[in-house]
Design a protein. Structure first.
Length: 136
């Protein structure tokens, strides 16, 4: 029983993300070893629980120490500073900004003149929502 549990939990960990099932797979594997040596079932269960909890705590500490992955998709633009290359007018919906090496359509809740520095606060489709740097 413990060997099958360890196997299925291990396969489940491979198919999912987050290192949540792996500690229980390790606990089941240790309990399986005890079962092969005919340890009492209570000892097997206590060992399974204890090893699983210790492995879970250790893996959480390990995961927290890892560097966070860089933002991907539209999130990589949030908080970045851009320069207005065409005045942003909320009335007409016109305006463009230069961010890194690209020019983007932009919108804001207020008129922002050409040459101003703005910060990206949201991305809506192919348009950056910005606000002046002094208000960001």
């Amino acid at each position: 029983m413990w060997t099958l549990a360890a196997l299925f939990l291990g396969i489940g960990e491979v198919l999912t993300a987050g290192f949540f099932l792996l500690p229980f797979s390790i606990g089941a594997a240790v309990a399986a070893a005890l079962a092969w040596f005919e340890a009492p079932i209570v000892v097997q269960w206590l060992t399974f629980l204890g090893v699983s909890v210790v492995a879970l705590v250790w893996m959480q500490r390990f995961a927290r120490r890892q560097r966070p992955s860089p933002p991907v998709g539209e999130n990589r633009y949030l908080g970045k500073t851009a320069r207005v290359i065409e005045a942003i007018d909320p009335g007409t919906g016109s305006g463009r900004v230069h961010l890194d090496t690209e020019n983007w359509r932009a919108s804001a809740s207020e008129l922002i003149p050409t040459g101003s520095q703005v910060r990206v606060v949201d991305v809506q489709g192919t348009r950056l929502v910005v606000q002046p740097v002094d208000k960001a």
